[in-house]
Design a binder for this molecule. Structure first.
Ligand SMILES: NC(=O)C1=CN([C@@H]2O[C@H](COP(=O)(O)OP(=O)(O)OC[C@H]3O[C@@H](n4cnc5c(N)ncnc54)[C@H](OP(=O)(O)O)[C@@H]3O)[C@@H](O)[C@H]2O)[C@@H](O)CC1
Ligand SMILES: Nc1ncnc2c1ncn2[C@@H]1O[C@H](COP(=O)(O)OP(=O)(O)O)[C@@H](O)[C@H]1O
Ligand SMILES: [K+]
Length: 506
């Protein structure tokens, strides 16, 4: 499923009108009807509904929603949040159709105490501001938004909660806190940003028949990776496959004080289907690890001060190598990473402490002939970019894209919304996962799953999307059935992979 910026939405709208010949009025009719029909699924006709209508096209949708619901027998009061004569274009057309159908509306100015009037309602439909919102919220919307936010019934926003911009990199001045948002055709970028997503409440998309042509013709696209994508792209294991077909992988990492991280990465890689796995770590870790991850083979590395001191003995001819987990941030780490960057013949995934080591030698990424994958959490990514974490999280898509394109790497920016960016600038977001994963070790498990995924026959971006989706989904299943967000451990997710793979293969 594509998701879009405000401009991409307007371009799509224009394409439908100018190239396909669907009139704007009809698009608005489709939008309003689709929203009203969707509301019918969860709002009973016994509810008292107020629809707040703004002066732009979001308000135009509101008139169609109101007319459709009234025709279905719903109890609807329409409150126009502007002088009705300010409404222009397609929205004015639908204002007139609404009026000519014999339905009344009232201007907010005519209501003596709007806050009180809303108390009489069960549901407020917010069709005040859509993707056209800009800058600080001006009267009367600022006041109306605060009334809506004090309203105790259900708030349903149309397209996006009024006041929330569609795009990243913008401040929210004041915005409706919706319980539910019915999104028109394509989700907007703000549905996947930490500072704006919560305003949407739960959201669903309604189809109004707009084509994806414009979005597909762009040089790069942004898409949500969903369960159906996983089911249709996850490679199946052929009846006559052998271990060599499922990848020969290597995990490099683990300082003396941090053996657990590579144990988790390795176990996760094996549970996620890796054919053969070797672990290269300091000699002190080998005995304990070998009894924890019995399926792996081991390469003993020399240590100094508890850290890997040299990786010269490593054979780099693996299909894929994951490096950096529990490696430590010692001074020698950069040299070790440099060796790996130069010698790895297959795919190189760099995580955790490897990303800190990468900071000083970022330009080495450009010289690599084989794919490099970086899996930073926001702290690691902000360090690589020399920006603050809030700055990064304000526009994670733009930062990830610029970075991936400049350094020709795949970036997996982890978080509640994990963003996968290819070196060409295409982006996917996975929305699985829960706060139970906000614990040490979750990233190590993801690195292992991704290592296994990229070695099995599928495109790299699909492998990364499938891996992050599966990681989060497994944690979601565990929290729903056996665990809570408090007690869930990163290693539970490794064992939980069994459930996910079984569910996906049924
Ligand atoms: N494919 C599509 O595009 C389709 C779009 N559709 C629908 O149209 C919506 C987009 O409509 P839109 O462009 O008219 O913008 P929208 O958000 O309704 O309002 C703009 C108005 O808000 C005002 N305003 C802005 N900022 C403000 C502020 N800070 N404080 C106060 N006021 C502010 C601004 O006022 P002005 O600055 O002009 O004075 C202007 O009057 C979209 O979300 C979807 O619902 C569907 O019908 C069909 C397909
Ligand atoms: N609140 C959350 N919702 C969804 N996923 C989360 C949440 N918090 C963390 N995660 C996931 O957990 C993992 C944490 O990775 P990371 O921060 O690298 O952990 P660590 O370094 O401790 O192993 C990432 O895959 C991230 O997407
Ligand atoms: K709205």
């Amino acid at each position: 499923m594509y998701f879009v910026t405000a401009q991409e939405m307007y371009d799509t709208d224009q394409y439908a009108i100018e190239r396909i010949g669907v009139e704007g009025k009809l698009l608005m009719e489709n939008a309003g009807r689709a929203v009203a029909n969707h509301m019918e699924l969860f709002v009973s006709d016994q509810k008292r509904i107020a629809i707040l209508i703004g002066k732009g096209n979001n308000g135009g949708d509101g008139f169609v929603i109101a007319r459709t619901l009234l025709q279905k027998g719903y109890d609807v009061e329409v409150i126009v949040c502007a002088s009705p004569s300010e409404i222009k274009g397609d929205a004015a057309y639908h204002r007139d159709v609404f009026r000519n159908s014999g339905f009344p509306f009232i201007s907010y100015e005519e209501i003596e105490n709007l806050e009180h009037a809303l108390k009489e309602k069960d549901v407020v439909v917010d069709a005040m501001l859509g993707i056209g919102v800009k800058g600080a919220i001006r009267p009367p919307y600022n006041q109306l938004i605060s009334f809506v936010n004090q309203f105790e019934g259900e708030v349903i926003s149309v397209d996006l909660p009024s006041g929330v911009p569609a795009d990243e990199g913008l401040e929210v001045d004041q915005a409706v806190q919706a319980d539910r948002t019915i999104v028109i055709q394509f989700p907007k970028v703000s549905a996947f940003l930490e500072h704006t997503a919560a305003y949407y409440g739960r959201w669903e998309v309604v189809d109004i028949g707009l084509p994806s042509t414009v979005i597909q013709s762009k040089k790069t696209q942004k898409r949500v990776w969903k369960k159906q994508d996983v089911s249709t792209t996850l490679p199946t294991r052929g009846a006559f496959s052998h271990k060599g077909k499922h990848g020969k992988g290597l995990v490099i990492g683990g300082a003396v004080a941090m053996p657990g991280s590579i144990a988790m990465t390795s176990r996760a890689a094996l549970r996620a289907g890796a054919g053969l796995l070797t672990v290269a770590t300091v000699q002190e870790n080998i005995t304990a690890l070998a009894s924890t991850v019995v399926e792996a083979t081991y390469t003993t590395l020399p240590s100094e001060g508890g850290y890997i001191s040299d990786i010269g003995s490593v054979d780099f001819s693996y299909d894929a190598i994951a490096m950096g987990m529990g490696m430590g941030r010692h001074t020698g780490a950069e040299t070790i990473l440099q060796v790996a960057l130069e010698q790895t013949q297959g795919i190189l995934l760099i995580d955790a402490d490897g990303l800190y080591a990468l900071k000083g030698i970022l330009s080495s990424l450009k010289g690599r002939h084989n794919p490099t994958i970086l899996t930073p959490h926001p702290g690691e990514m902000a360090t690589l970019l020399n920006v603050s974490i809030p700055e990064l999280l304000h526009q994670p898509f733009a930062y990830s894209k610029a970075f991936a394109e400049e350094f020709q790497a795949y970036i997996v920016l982890k978080g509640a919304f994990t963003i996968i960016t290819t070196p060409q600038g295409n982006q996917w977001v996975t929305v699985t996962g829960n706060p139970g994963m906000a614990k040490g070790g979750s990233g190590d498990v993801l690195a292992g799953i991704l290592l296994a995924m990229v070695m099995q026959s599928q495109s790299l971006e699909r492998a990364l999307c499938n891996g992050t989706w599966i990681h989060g989904y497994t944690a979601d299943l565990l929290v729903q059935h056996q665990h809570s967000t408090y007690d869930l451990l990163a290693s539970d997710v490794i064992e939980g992979l069994a459930q996910t793979y079984r569910a996906l293969s049924q």
